[in-house]
Each structure stands twice: as structure tokens, then as C-alpha cells.
Write a protein of this length. Structure first.
Length: 574
């Protein structure tokens, strides 16, 4: 009997355990919330329930439910999170437990369905996504984006995606066989890195719950450069003024071409093109890396007034692009050239009687400078019987002309210093000296120191005695200076002067040719002429007065006393 009673009890317990009582609650219900009246649902008497031991088998680490023995209600002890309890992505989530009641032993199976509420917002595993897209990408190209994650299920999970406004991008959503949505970023318009190098987009995942929840991820699209922009100068032509003789190393211009690309596509190398002459490249240097143009040679305005440099800027792209400009340098003249004098024709030797107005020399002047620096004038450094006449048909040419009579005997030679001066600041000058030698002409007659000579000669002089030296002076030269002396013939008592006196024709020494007797002749007058050897010869004369001086060379003579007319006298010698 006892065996069969035991079998009956176990059979009754088993039958009660086979029936399952199901309840459904929303997740996250507050503590103390009643799930159901378990006593009423299981047909248990409340009065006896308090004396019987009631237990709940716990299938999880936490105790979420308990039974109120007084009321028979099944209530919540700990909030339940459906996503924690049911981590699989399914719409159904059940918490299974057994209610065990002792005395007598009864077991009830309870299935508690936990329904989802929209308590989780969608989110992305990465809240920042960076994409590198070439600016050469064509519209229609697609780029995968990360999916959003929402642990909720059903209507509360992610329903759609939205992209922030963009004229270049949109999104396309595709659904996999398992219902998972995939998002692609689609290029709708060509990119231009130089216009916008970075596109910042916001991708939003939106669920279908009430209220709606969403999550975002920042999409950073970095546009990768392609070499689609050539280097550009800010001007096509640069005009620069420079003074000549600028020191070597002087900065002429720093070129700065810009390239909107980046990396090697924007790195620029500068160079002269073939249109830049070698002569220009000898004067100017171009740094290929910095674009600086500096002076490396001599800038000479007189050699070149304008330089043109044709320059290209080439980038370092795989397929290089280039830009070009022209640099024009206008050279400003400096007063760095001395004016010059050119003696084109000159007479270094002229006759002293050259006519006034005669041309002595033709003189040209020049200056390699320009403007005021090249305006030159010619002058004579001191007063002289010469003037400069500017040529009317050749402005830079002068005639050196005799302006006053010349006299070799006064000035035998002229050193005419011509000075040419420019109008620069400070002025520069140069000079040339023309030496003019005057040739003698017979324009001076011999001159005696005196116009009248008185020579006293003692009577009884010895024949051939030197009476005096009558020397004339002639300032002319050479044969015009060679003098010959003559006694101009004059007869006295049928006696020629040349019989009484002689003169040395070469030096003017005057001699007595005979002995004079005072008692016979006591004076003589005659002329002496000095004649040069010029052609025609010139001469002058001087008057010579010879006085015979008496000597006591005669004894006295007694003459008879005076008698009246007709009387005779007698002479007595003493």
C-alpha cells in the first residue's frame, strides 16, 4: 500500500510539472511590479500557502522574481534587461523557472516571456570613419560604410540610415539574406581636392521604436590629390627696373608660382626656357628650388638696355604640368662712363701768320651713357687765341679755330687742353691736349739797339782798328734770323765810304780803313743796314756819326802881325 501511495504522489507531481504556465512582461519593469497572481493561476489556496515552503529554481545568477506567500503574487525582485538575458538576436526571449511547493510536493513550470522595449539607441562600433578617395574617382563609385548596431529587436531595431546633406555623396542601403542592412557611400559628383580637400559627413542610424532613437558616425572623406593643376604665376609678365653695375648676388625677383595640388604634384622646379638667350643667362641666375633670380654677371646699360627672361615652373608629378611667365628687366643708366675725345684731324705745326679763322683740328666727343649722363660739352681750359665752334650738322663735333693773330716770337708753342665734361651727378670728365707748334715766318725786321750811334775816333788811328760793334737783333728763326750788315754807300769829297770804313757782314764789327787827320776831316755821317736772309728779306738801318778826336799832333805856327789891306805879311816858322 505504501509503495502504491508513493507512486501516486510522484505521478501527480509529474503531471503538474508537464503543464507550463506562461506569462509575458516588458523588460526593465520596476522592482515590486506584479507579474501575475500565481496562487490563483495555479489553483493554490492562499491560506495553506503560507505554511507550505515555496521555492523558485533560479536559472540565472541573479534572482529576478519571487512569490508573495500572503497574496500568491509573482513579483519582480530585480529589473530584467532583455538584451542581457537573451543575447541572441531573436524576437523571443523567455525566462524559465520552476515553482516548487512542499508539503505536499508540487512543481509548476513557468515561462516568463520578456518583450523588448526601445531602450537602446543604435550605435556604430566606430564613431569616426576615415576614407581616402582620389579626386579622379568617377561618379558612381561605391565605398563600404560600417553598419550600425542596435541590440533591440523587431520594430525597435535599426530601420534605416540617413546621410547629412552633400552634393557629392549619397548612400544606398542593401539588405542581406539574414535581414542585415548594409550601407554603401556612393559618389554622385566629381571631387576637386583643390576646392574641398576634406568632406565631413554624418551617417545616422534610425530605429523604428517609439520614441525613435538614433546613433551617428562621422564619415571623413579625404580627397586624394591627382596632378590636375599646373603651377601658376600671379603675373604673366613681371617688369623690373635695375641700375647698371648692380653687385653680383643682388636679388632681382623672387618668383612664387603656386600649385593647388599637394605632395610631389605641388613641388615646383624653376628653369629658363629655350627662349632665354645665353647672354641673358650669363648675367642672371635662377635658383631652381626657390625661384630667386639674382645677378651673376655685369649689367652694363651700354651693352644691353633690356633683358627678357622666359621662365617655366614645372611640378614633380608623374606626368608633370608646367606654367610660364616672362621677366623683363629694364636697365637704368648710371654715369659710369667717362666722356671721350676723338681728335679726328689736327695740324700740329702751322705758320705763325696763319689767318684768323683757320681750322687747326676737328674734334669729336662722345659718352656711352644716356640722358643727362650722356650730355657732354667741350671747352678749352684757359684763355687762348683759339675757340671751339660746334658743328651745325654734327652736334658732337667741333672745329678748333684760330681766333686771334699768332706770333711765334711771343708764344712759339701752344698746349691746348681740351676738356670734355658730362652732365651726370657727379659729372665725369676727360681731357686731351693738342700741341701746336708755330713755324717762323720772316715777319720781323732786324732791330738795332739804338737808332743813332756816335763813335769817337782818335786821329792818327791805326788803319784796320776796330771802331765799334753794331749788332742788330732779329727775333725770327733760322734764315730769317741770319743777318748781313752793309755800309750804305755815300761819297764824301769824291771818296766812297767803303774806302774809309768797313763792316764785318756777319757780326757788324766796324773798322777804320785809314788813318784820320782831325785837321783834314773831323767827322763822318753814314748809314749801316742790317738785312736778314728771309724771303723776302727784311732790313733796317742805323745812322752812324764818326767824330774824329783831335790830338796834339801839330806844332804852333807864327803868323806876321796884321797889316792893312794890300800890305804884305811874313810868316815865320818857330
Amino acid at each position: 500500500m505504501i509503495f502504491w501511495a508513493t507512486v501516486f504522489v510522484l505521478s501527480a507531481v509529474w503531471r503538474s510539472a508537464l503543464s507550463v504556465t506562461r506569462y509575458s512582461i516588458a523588460e526593465e519593469m520596476e522592482r515590486g511590479s506584479v507579474v501575475a497572481n500565481l496562487a490563483a493561476d495555479l489553483g493554490l489556496e492562499l491560506g495553506g500557502l503560507a505554511q507550505r515552503e515555496v521555492k523558485l529554481d533560479i536559472f540565472h545568477n541573479k534572482k529576478y522574481l519571487d512569490v508573495n506567500k500572503k497574496t500568491g503574487e509573482l513579483y519582480i525582485v530585480e529589473k530584467m534587461d532583455r538584451e542581457y538575458l537573451c543575447q541572441t538576436k531573436t524576437t523571443s526571449c523567455f525566462l524559465k523557472l520552476d515553482v516548487i511547493i512542499e508539503s505536499p510536493l508540487r512543481i509548476f513550470n513557468i515561462e516568463l516571456g520578456i518583450t523588448d522595449i526601445n531602450d537602446n539607441a543604435p550605435h556604430f562600433r566606430r564613431d569616426r570613419v576615415e576614407l581616402d578617395v582620389s579626386e579622379s574617382a568617377t561618379p558612381g563609385e561605391r565605398f563600404s560604410l560600417p553598419n550600425g548596431v542596435d541590440p533591440d529587436v523587431g520594430i525597435n531595431t535599426i530601420k534605416t540610415y540617413k546621410l547629412s546633406n552633400s552634393e557629392h555623396f549619397t548612400i544606398e542601403i542593401q539588405t542581406g539574406s539574414d535581414g542585415t542592412q548594409y550601407v554603401d557611400l556612393v559618389l554622385t559628383k566629381s571631387l576637386d581636392r583643390e576646392e574641398n580637400a576634406v568632406h565631413k559627413l554624418v551617417l545616422t542610424a534610425v530605429d523604428g521604436g517609439v520614441p525613435v532613437r538614433s546613433g551617428t558616425a562621422n564619415i571623413i572623406v579625404r580627397v586624394q590629390d591627382t596632378n590636375d593643376n599646373p603651377p601658376r604665376f600671379d603675373k604673366q609678365i613681371y617688369t623690373i627696373n635695375m641700375t647698371e653695375n648692380s653687385p653680383i648676388g643682388t636679388l632681382v625677383k623672387k618668383l612664387n608660382a603656386t600649385d593647388l595640388d599637394e605632395g610631389p604634384n605641388s613641388e615646383i622646379v624653376y628653369s629658363f626656357t629655350l627662349y632665354t638667350s645665353e647672354k641673358t643667362q650669363d648675367v642672371f641666375e635662377l635658383d631652381p628650388n626657390t625661384g630667386e633670380i639674382t645677378v651673376k654677371g655685369t649689367i652694363d646699360y651700354e651693352d644691353m638696355q633690356l633683358y627678357e627672361m622666359h621662365i617655366e615652373a614645372r611640378d614633380k608629378g608623374t606626368h608633370p604640368l608646367l606654367g610660364q611667365c616672362k621677366v623683363v628687366v629694364h636697365v637704368t643708366d648710371m654715369n659710369d662712363n667717362y666722356p671721350e675725345i676723338t681728335i679726328q684731324s689736327v695740324k700740329n705745326t702751322v705758320d705763325e701768320n696763319i689767318p684768323v679763322g683757320s681750322v687747326i683740328a676737328l674734334v669729336g666727343i662722345s659718352d656711352r651713357d644716356t640722358g643727362h649722363n650722356g650730355n657732354v660739352s667741350l671747352s678749352i681750359n684757359q684763355p687762348m687765341p683759339f675757340i671751339l665752334n660746334k658743328s651745325s650738322d654734327r652736334p658732337m663735333h667741333y672745329k678748333l679755330i684760330v681766333s686771334a693773330p699768332l706770333d711765334r716770337e711771343s708764344v712759339p708753342e701752344y698746349d691746348i687742353k681740351l676738356i670734355v665734361t658730362d652732365a651726370g651727378t657727379p659729372p665725369l670728365s676727360d681731357n686731351e691736349t693738342i700741341t701746336v707748334h708755330l713755324l717762323d715766318v720772316n715777319d720781323n725786321a732786324p732791330q738795332f739797339p739804338q737808332s743813332f750811334y756816335t763813335i769817337r775816333v782818335m786821329e792818327n788811328n791805326a788803319p784796320g782798328a776796330l771802331l765799334s760793334s753794331l749788332t742788330a737783333f732779329d727775333p725770327d728763326l733760322h734764315e730769317n734770323q741770319y743777318l748781313v750788315y752793309f755800309i750804305l754807300e755815300r761819297e764824301i769829297a769824291n771818296t766812297s765810304m767803303s774806302m774809309l770804313f768797313s763792316i764785318n757782314p756777319e757780326n757788324g764789327n766796324l773798322y777804320a780803313l785809314k788813318t784820320f787827320d782831325y785837321e783834314i776831316e773831323n767827322e763822318f755821317f753814314f748809314h749801316i743796314e742790317a738785312r736778314d736772309s728771309g724771303s723776302p728779306p727784311l732790313s733796317s738801318n742805323v745812322t752812324v756819326h764818326i767824330i774824329i778826336v783831335d790830338q796834339n799832333d801839330n806844332a804852333p805856327v807864327i803868323v806876321s802881325p796884321w797889316r792893312a789891306h794890300g800890305s804884305e805879311s811874313e810868316h815865320f816858322n818857330i
